[in-house]
Design a protein around this ligand. Structure first.
Ligand code: ZN
Ligand code: ZN
Length: 556
């Protein structure tokens, strides 16, 4: 029976390019999951978009002398190109800058307000007397009370990593003009998160499918007690607050960005000309919704967004939040400000997408932090993708092409070794099915690669190239079994390596799209015509390790 799956993926801030931390943390696992469910024949909707609001965007715009809208548009376009080239298969990748998103966000705001889950309160806010404006946290700088760094911001110190409040800064100053900020009263709306403490606790305790890291962190927050949170800000960039007297304020970005999952679904439904279709993804309780996010975003998706949904009523709560741990780069914590990062557009300008997808899949930080290094990238590409998988494909296809007129040979009876390998292929698909269903991506791709290794051993033992003249039938049988394994691998690896899987699908003489063949073992039909063999992957030179590592940490 087919399932309906909503795949909601973190919204990247449109203030800079994507890096490998983003990809390993959320986008690649989401895409693997979407492709897996699509090849299974399930109904999938994968949505996300650029987060265009918030001070990260306005600060970047001020630095570059552009408007926030220009900055957001520039990076949004870059994101779209990156998804296409890396094969991240969104059904819709929109932005928080659309009128639709504003309408949906304001509807949620007003409904929560009418139900008493949002209330007004006066707070003391930093204000610059010289600029005559309130200063969001990131617009205040000063000396860190913990480490003494002179560059700490009102929300955190990048040098020691501690979160801060503006009042804690020593010698605070306005980032724009350097004047000392004062504190002034300002009226804001608050979300009554505390009212959901019991309902959330009960709900969270039922989510046995969550990863231990997600569950434990969420329970820790619940134990500390949930506090109400401000949901409006003194800023002029963002979604308008639909209440008179609040014309100079905007919805706080954390409040409206999570609503993007819902507004994007509505936009998608309109775009396919079936406006009510969003309901099946949000109101049918048979639908399962998965939120792919980095671990720094867990409480927003396991507590705050669920509370907003509970308050609004009638919409599905998250089914799972498979948050990944972090990816380190060459053994060090990734840092965008220090350029200790591998930027996706740079990677894609020099290399193919599948080797990166392979490394980040087989080394995915799904249960613990993992490291990316260029040495490991080259090693995994050369020793595993090229030597174990690519050479296997090339060896088998070339032998068949040369000795059997480029067509799948007619097999004889399978001996026990051949039958055992066919059985292993069936078992591999079955066990990967279970692993992928539970978001255990690293284990799943490892089991596909072990089938490739097993097939190499089988070929070495059968040596069809040696016996081609003395026992043509035995040679044909062994090659048929090997082709069947390639057929299995194109399916098993499709969620991870979509480009090379589609290529192998064509080389094997199958028509159309690899995903339309479903998640099962197709034995190629005798007589099926193969394409002229060509290598699936390219060996990489060792010298790139040094070239690439030298780029790290340099400012450009
Ligand atoms: Zn510090
Ligand atoms: Zn100022």
């Amino acid at each position: 029976m087919s399932e309906r799956i909503l795949i909601a993926v973190a919204w990247p801030y449109a203030n800079g390019p994507l890096h490998l931390g983003h990809i390993a943390g959320a986008y690649l696992p989401a895409d693997i999951f979407a492709r897996y469910h699509r090849i299974k024949g399930n109904e999938v909707l994968m949505v996300s978009g650029s987060d265009q609001h918030g001070t990260p965007i306005t600060i970047k715009a001020e630095e570059e002398g552009k408007t926030p809208a220009e900055i957001a548009a520039k990076y949004h376009q870059q994101f779209l190109e990156s998804w296409q080239r890396l094969g991240i298969s969104f059904d819709l990748f929109t932005s928080t800058g659309t009128p639709n998103h504003a309408t949906v966000s304001q509807d949620i705001f007003l409904t929560l307000l009418n139900k008493g889950y949002i209330y007004k309160s006066t707070v003391s806010q930093p204000y610059c007397p010289h600029c005559q404006r309130f200063l969001p946290d990131r617009y205040i700088e000063g000396t860190c009370p913990f480490c003494g760094s002179p560059r700490a911001r009102g929300d955190q110190c990048d040098d020691c990593g501690k979160p801060l409040n503006p009042v804690e800064l020593i010698n605070p100053r306005c980032r724009l003009c350097g004047a000392t900020p004062q504190f002034k009263d300002s009226e804001h709306f608050f979300f009554r998160l505390s009212a959901f403490q019991d309902r959330l606790s009960a709900w969270v305790s039922e989510q046995g499918q969550w990863r231990p890291n997600v569950s434990n962190l969420t329970k820790r927050y619940l134990k500390e007690g949930l506090r109400d949170r401000a949901i409006t800000r003194d800023i002029d960039w963002g979604v308008a607050v639909p209440v008179s007297g609040f014309e100079n304020k905007r919805l706080y970005v954390w409040f409206e960005a999570v609503i993007g999952y819902l507004s994007a679904t509505k936009e998608w439904a309109k775009s396919i000309g079936d406006e009510e279709r969003w309901r099946s993804f949000w109101q049918d309780d048979e639908t399962k919704s998965y939120y792919f996010i980095g671990k720094d975003n867990i409480p927003f998706h396991t507590l705050i967004w669920p509370a907003m949904l509970m308050g609004y009523g009638g919409l599905n709560l998250p089914y799972d939040v498979p948050a990944n741990e972090f990816l380190t780069i060459e053994g060090k914590k990734l840092s965008t400000s220090r350029n200790w990062a591998v930027w996706l557009p740079d990677y894609l300008s020099r290399y193919e997408p599948d080797p990166l997808r392979y490394l980040l899949s087989i080394n995915m930080p799904d249960t613990a932090d993992t490291d990316f290094s260029w040495r490991e990238f080259v090693r995994r590409n050369n020793d595993e993708l090229v030597a174990t998988y690519g050479n296997l494909v090339n060896r088998v296809l070339t032998l068949v092409y040369r000795n059997f007129d480029g067509c799948v040979p007619q097999p004889g009876e399978f001996d026990s070794h051949s039958q055992a390998l066919i059985n292993k292929a069936e078992d591999t698909l079955k066990s990967m099915d279970g692993l992928l269903y539970r978001c255990h991506f690293r284990e799943a791709i490892r089991s596909a690669m072990s089938l490739a290794q097993e097939t190499n051993r089988y070929l070495d033992e059968k040596s069809p190239w040696k016996i081609i003249n003395e026992d043509r039938q035995a040679s044909a049988t062994a090659l048929h079994v090997a082709l069947s394994m390639l057929s299995c691998l194109r399916t098993a690896l499709y969620p991870f390596l979509p480009f090379s899987s589609q290529r192998l699908h064509q080389l094997l003489g199958f028509d159309g799209d690899v995903k339309d063949d479903g998640w099962k073992l197709h034995l190629p039909s005798p007589g099926q015509e193969l394409l002229t063999p060509s290598p699936l992957f390219t060996k990489l030179e060792e010298k790139l390790v040094e070239e690439e590592t030298q780029r790290l940490g340099k400012s450009d």
